[in-house]
Design a protein around this ligand. Structure first.
Ligand SMILES: [Zn+2]
Length: 190
């Protein structure tokens, strides 16, 4: 693996550390996955992304593509799977990249990491990252996908009004009160 997006492998490790706080293995393999998807997607199309786990992988997508959670082009649908897709945002056609268990046989460190067979302490991180660099795309598979219509496009919030209880603006479609006042707030006391 010589390049990840516009970075060399070494540069990418630095970028990851700056953004994510550490050279998290999931973000390194994730970078290789995003790079693979980018190299195969039809050139010039406007694409959106779905990430199937909330851990690490969304950050690789945000570092290497224009898709972010904030701009709405990246959706995290947490299926618990280490996989992502890029797809034409209008037609919904694209491709999905995932780690392929059948291809992990020669890469014990990657396999032990993915299946959580070693504690962080037991893990030889240098060896793990070296295996990821050497293995590159060889541990991945890619298949064409088509997005269900309900996942296409931007989901607007609709009309906004002040919540009768807390007074903050909220989407009316959520009900008579904002979701926080309906008991969904994570904070004590509100
Ligand atoms: Zn409220």
């Amino acid at each position: 693996m010589e390049h990840i997006g516009r970075y060399s492998f070494r540069e990418y490790l630095k970028v990851v550390e700056g953004f994510h706080g550490s050279q998290a293995p999931g973000l390194i393999l994730g970078g290789i996955m995003v790079d693979y998807a980018l190299s195969r997607i039809e050139p010039g199309i406007l694409f959106d992304s779905i990430c199937e786990t909330a851990a690490c992988l969304p950050d690789a997508i945000q570092l290497l593509t224009p898709c972010t959670i904030g701009n709405g082009w990246l959706k995290v649908i947490d299926l618990g799977l280490f996989a992502l897709s890029l797809y034409d945002k209008h037609r919904g056609e694209g491709l999905r990249v995932f780690v392929d268990p059948a291809k992990l046989r020669d890469w014990n460190e990657i396999s032990d990491w993915l299946y959580k067979l070693k504690s962080k302490k037991e893990q030889d991180k240098d060896r793990l990252l070296a295996q990821m660099e050497q293995a590159g795309r060889s541990v991945l598979s890619l298949r064409p996908i088509k997005i269900k219509p309900q996942y296409l496009g931007r989901t607007g919030k609709g009309a906004i009004a002040d919540c009768p209880q807390c007074g903050e603006p909220y989407p009316i479609r959520d009900g008579a009160l904002c979701l926080a006042c309906q008991g969904k707030s994570p904070y004590m006391g509100k």
